[in-house]
Write a protein that binds this ligand. Structure first.
Ligand code: SF4
Length: 747
């Protein structure tokens, strides 16, 4: 079924983004010296590129008139956008023309963290950066420099680090996000899922979302596919303490007690096994450990789970039967932000095992076999000068590592290694590309202490996010609409390669990441690693090796590879990349490492009396804190609110004389006495009474982001505690509790 734009908007923007998706309003928020062009205006030329308002990488057609971007539309030929952008992508001109952008390089001129800088030339900023890095390398070795990165432009800085000789490259998108699921699927199927995850939402007949609020969590293609699947009659099962937008469209909503998901998953497996609703032939042919699993779940009945989860046993049984009835096109969505309680790899293992019982791995409507567009890297000479350095990154998988099944370097591990006395070595300098660690990492106070130990901290970013205030040098990057970059060619159901090309000139003195990394490399004697004149020449050289035309790619925006079978129904073999070639229901690998070979439910710690578990999530209008200063996106979603159950609000201590009203400002105070900035209360029946909910990214303390400063509250600030996943090192963050105070009450 073709999905209409209207239907996409209904699914994706029911939380309030309709205005943004259907044509962004252009009213300017009192800062109209540099007004945004009317985004409904067609341009006099169109430039094909790919989006970076989040990291999904949708194909964009940028309409340009008189040197200004006037409108952004989805590239119909691009497999991820399919002709549509999500509200954030459509609002990227709000970032491009943000009056608060970093436009000149900055050098710190007061104590670190006081956010006092002087504008300097690029020469001065790059010379200072290279001098400090050289100094750290001379005294501690090149591996004492770490790179934090998020986003496609990070590729140039990763390349710089390779030349520099440090393996310490990490992204919060792993240990603070997808990591547990990658570890769990690697244990079970022998391969991580990666991003975009290879799932076939469009052809699923049952779609199960566990704490994943697709539609509010706006990954364009997935939301389009969700609308398509619902249009074809698919049923949704939503497990969430909050009645999310997806829950509003569900056949079954299971309002689970937070922290008990493993018990529910075991109970579902109990029903599937007891009632023989699992795929008997598939399990016999492709998996190992079914007998152990069956014995393990034999007593995990829905009645057993009811006492733990609070979900009615009839509802558990009915939803399990529905999930089983739709197999193999019964998709258990693996989720993305999976760091909740520190036992997250085990919860994701339970989801992976459930998917195997349903026979959905390698089948239509389940998990697909993705393919990558076959494009070689840049043909670099083999004998490049190398600085050498350590071979092991902090917390990179290695024998005897703290987290044996981590598949990537942990950003939290890199933070820990900035504390003097780290077991492997001390990190002395950080390069931070495009990630605001202040909002991304738990334990803000610890983070600040670690940053104070550094000899040097440089930030490359588009906006003066909080992390920039802690830098010694700030290097302003051009937005994605102003720069050429490397191509995008992720593994996906259709192999493709897409181009990023500048639509307009950079604002102020901002520069593309490729230029910054190349200039830095040249200054430290590693210019031979960047032999290309610019990103365009780099991409041309990559394409030329396959005889592909740069001009064709530049004009179309995307080239498609030969279609390949992606599931058993199309001829792709079902299989696992594990040692035995079988799907590991019972994981001997975990047992050998001292972990539970099958997921076990263990109770989570409860909060103090009168407190609520703090949960967080996404808005379809924003990508974390990256977009909260974007006036176009702020118009339909100006700040976050704290969701609080209306009945629970009536019994709040301290509000007896004057009950809390919806829209009133409150302060959240966590178990360690950390206080949020004031935030409006949203009193609703759409959330359980034992938790509260905030959209992540708000509560910004960076004054130079003038719109966002002081709006809403930050869940990250309140995440002073976290529980580390012993299997892969993810930082479980849903272990904080808050009480509510009326704003203005004394601390
Ligand atoms: Fe851009 Fe939205 Fe696609 Fe993300 S999902 S890349 S913000 S259009």
């Amino acid at each position: 079924m073709a999905i209409t734009r209207r239907r996409f908007i209904q699914i994706g923007a029911a939380a309030g983004g309709v205005a943004a998706a259907s044509g962004l309003a252009t009213r300017w928020w009192g800062l109209d010296r540099d007004p945004i062009p009317d985004p409904r205006t067609d341009g006099d030329r169109v430039v094909a590129t790919y989006c970076e308002l989040c990291f999904w990488g949708c194909g964009v057609l940028a309409h340009v008139k008189d040197g200004r971007v006037t409108k952004l539309t989805g590239n119909p030929a691009h497999p991820l956008s399919r002709g549509m952008l999500c509200p954030r992508g459509a609002g990227a001109t709000g970032q491009l023309y943000d009056p608060d952008r970093l436009k000149r390089p900055l050098l710190r001129r007061a104590k670190r963290g006081e956010d006092v800088f002087e504008e300097v030339s690029w020469d001065a900023a790059l010379n200072e950066t290279s001098r400090k890095l050289e100094d750290v390398a001379r005294r501690h070795g090149p591996e004492a420099v770490a790179l934090f990165t998020h986003g496609s432009g990070g590729v140039w800085f990763k390349h710089f680090m390779k030349a520099w000789g440090s393996p310490n490259i990490g992204a919060p998108s792993y240990a603070q996000c997808r990591g547990p699921r990658e570890a769990a699927f690697t244990v079970t199927y022998g391969t991580p899922l990666g991003s975009p995850e290879p799932i076939d939402i469009a052809n699923a007949r049952a779609i199960t979302l566990i704490g994943s609020h697709l539609g509010e969590n706006m990954h364009n293609t997935q939301v389009q596919e969700l609308a398509e699947a619902i249009g074809k009659g698919a049923g949704l099962v939503v497990v969430d303490p909050r009645f999310s937008v997806a829950a509003g469209k569900a056949k079954y909503w299971l309002p689970i007690k937070p922290g008990t998901d493993i018990a529910l998953l075991l109970a579902w497996m109990n029903v599937l096994v007891a009632e023989k609703l699992y795929d008997v032939d598939y399990v016999a042919k492709y998996t190992e450990g079914f007998d152990e699993l069956a014995a393990h779940v034999a007593d995990k009945t829905p009645e057993w789970a009811y006492a733990i989860t609070g979900v009615d046993p009839g509802l558990i049984r009915a939803s399990a039967r529905f999930i089983g009835s739709a197999r193999p096109a019964s998709l258990i969505h693996p989720g993305r932000h999976t760091v909740w309680y520190g036992d997250d790899t085990q919860r994701e293992r339970a989801m992976a095992i459930l998917a195997a019982l349903l026979g959905s791995w390698g089948r239509r409507g389940g998990y697909l076999t993705p393919a990558k567009f076959p494009l070689p890297g840049y043909p670099l000479p083999a004998d490049l000068p190398h600085r050498g350095g350590a071979t092991a990154a902090v917390d990179k998988p290695k024998a005897g590592a703290t987290y044996p099944l981590a598949t990537e370097v942990l950003a939290s591990g890199l933070c820990d290694a900035a504390k003097p006395g780290h077991a492997l070595y001390d990190l002395k300098a950080w390069l931070v590309y495009g990630c605001n660690l202040v909002q991304a990492m738990p334990g803000r106070q610890e983070l600040v202490e670690k940053m104070q130990h550094l000899d040097f901290l440089a930030v490359v970013d588009v906006l003066p996010a909080e992390i920039a205030g802690w830098a010694d040098v700030v290097l302003p990057e051009a937005t994605y609409l102003e720069r050429d970059d490397d191509v995008s060619a992720p593994a996906y159901r259709k192999p493709f390669v897409a181009i990023r090309q500048a639509a307009v000139e950079p604002q102020g003195d901002s520069k593309p990441g490729w230029w910054i990394a190349k200039e830095l490399a040249t200054r430290v004697g590693l210019g031979a690693w960047f032999p290309w004149k610019d990103a365009q020449e780099y991409v041309k050289a990559r394409l030329a090796q396959k005889g592909l035309s740069y001009d064709e790619l530049a004009s179309k925006g995307v080239l498609l590879g030969a279609p390949q079978p992606t599931c058993e129904e199309e001829g792709a073999p079902v299989g696992a990349a594990t040692e035995s070639g079988k799907i590991q229901l019972y994981a001997k690998e975990l047992k050998n490492l001292g972990f539970d070979p099958l997921p076990v439910y263990r109770p989570q710690e409860e909060g103090p009396a009168g407190s609520f578990r703090l949960l967080s999530g996404r808005s379809p209008l924003h990508t974390f804190g990256r977009t909260v200063n974007n006036r176009l996106l702020a118009e339909p979603f100006p700040e976050n609110e704290v969701w609080l159950n209306a009945d629970a609000a009536r019994s709040l201590s301290g509000f007896e004389a004057q009950p809390l009203q919806s829209g009133e400002k409150v302060v959240l105070v966590n178990q360690d006495g950390v206080r949020s900035t004031p935030v409006r209360a949203k009193l609703t029946q759409r959330i359980r009474g034992d938790c509260v909910y905030l959209v992540h990214g708000w509560g910004q303390t960076a004054r130079k982001q003038r719109y966002a400063f002081g709006r809403g509250a930050s869940d990250a600030q309140l995440t002073s505690r976290y529980k580390v996943d012993p299997i892969m090192g993810g930082t479980g963050m849903n272990v904080n509790f808050v009480r509510i105070e009326r704003a203005g009450e004394a601390a």
